[in-house]
Write a protein that binds this ligand. Structure first.
Ligand code: ADP
Ligand code: MG
Length: 327
């Protein structure tokens, strides 16, 4: 076990009547890319704000690097890089000046600072935009600037709050690769998102949150092992009659069979040839079918099993930029 970087115990945060965090416990070790995954409103940003002492909280304790953070813990803050959910840059300054300004909060030596700023700008790929002001940048480039501002002082702990929302695919990949690279260079990372694919892709350990509570925690494989169905098979076809349903359900490894919206869904546990078995039955019954595919469990299935609802709207496309930001 590595050193503990963050330890949150029994954290409770109320916004008036609303309990945003409900006895949350988290322990994050050095070297992790720790994912906080949960739908909008589950309490991710509130957790980060409490952690950074930007918000007061009602109950519980938080230790960072073994110490208690206060609003004036500048030494602790200098060891942390924060990339906030809402892009926080200064619109009157250029890209270079923005990174320099944030870096300057922690690094006073001019030469050292210049090197850090140049490195951070190169790291996020904004070399060609150093003289631009933020409002001239696309959503993706603005996110990258936000990141450069947070990492230039080379923090040991980097916290990114939904850094890929409304970002084009190219910037998104660059951001995800960048996070992995920062971790490889030694930073511990806390990464919040409601995109399960991203969390799965980069996080070494994941806490799934819902309504201010931790509902599951582990590596992606540990989390998926909690799912009953190890494979779900989909067959586009007309609704089969009840005898076919019965035959299908009696196949070995088949857990549940449902039909809805022109699609048969078969949940299987274990077994290596589930798809073949099912197609064999469909052939022997001489049934017509359209598209056929098989899916392994996702973190959405984990969430669905525990909460009975979807982690996110299936039609939501993370790669599509949403409306333009601000004026
Ligand atoms: P997430 O980051 O996971 O989307 P948040 O931490 O922003 O979730 O919000 C958790 C809950 O707290 C939500 O129900 C949200 O509406 C509520 N909330 C967040 N900030 C405030 C605030 N300043 N005042 C009142 N309620 C808030
Ligand atoms: Mg948030």
């Amino acid at each position: 076990m590595g050193k503990t970087v963050v330890k949150i115990e029994n954290l409770v945060k109320n916004y008036a009547e609303l309990r945003a965090l409900d006895h949350l416990n988290l322990e994050i070790e050095e070297g992790e890319i720790f994912g906080l995954l949960g739908p909008n409103g589950s309490g991710k940003t509130t957790t980060i704000s409490c952690l950074l002492s930007l918000l007061s909280y009602d109950e519980g304790t938080i230790r960072i690097f073994g110490e208690t953070m206060t609003p004036v813990s500048y030494d602790l803050k200098s060891r942390i890089g924060i990339i906030p959910q809402n892009v926080a840059v200064l619109n009157e300054l250029t890209v270079y000046e923005n990174v320099d300004c944030f870096c300057g909060l922690y690094i006073k030596d001019w030469a050292q600072r210049k090197q850090c700023v140049d490195e951070a700008i190169a790291f996020v790929g904004l070399e060609d935009f150093v003289k631009f002001r933020p409002r001239k940048l696309s959503g993706g480039l603005l996110r990258r600037l936000n990141i450069a501002c947070g990492i230039a002082h080379k923090p040991e702990l980097i916290i990114l709050d939904e850094p890929t929302v409304a970002v084009d695919p190219q910037s998104r990949n660059k951001i995800l690769e960048g996070i992995v690279e920062l971790n490889r260079r030694g930073a511990t990372v806390i990464y919040t998102s409601h995109y399960m694919e991203e969390v799965e892709q980069i996080c070494t350990r994941i806490c799934i949150m819902d309504r201010g509570k931790k509902i599951a925690e582990g590596t992606k494989d540990e989390l998926k092992r909690t799912i009953k169905n190890t494979e779900t098979i989909y067959v586009e076809m007309a609704e089969p009659d009840s005898t076919v349903f019965q035959k299908m359900r009696s196949l070995t490894h088949v857990n549940d069979v449902n039909w809805a919206d022109g699609k048969l869904t078969v949940g299987c546990a274990g077994g290596r040839h589930n798809l073949l078995q099912i197609m064999e039955l469909i052939r022997s019954e001489n049934l017509d079918f359209g598209r056929v595919y098989s899916e392994l469990p996702t973190l959405n299935d984990v969430f669905l099993t525990i909460t009975g609802k979807e982690l996110r709207d299936k039609n939501e496309r993370p790669e599509e930029p949403t409306a333009k930001k601000k004026k």
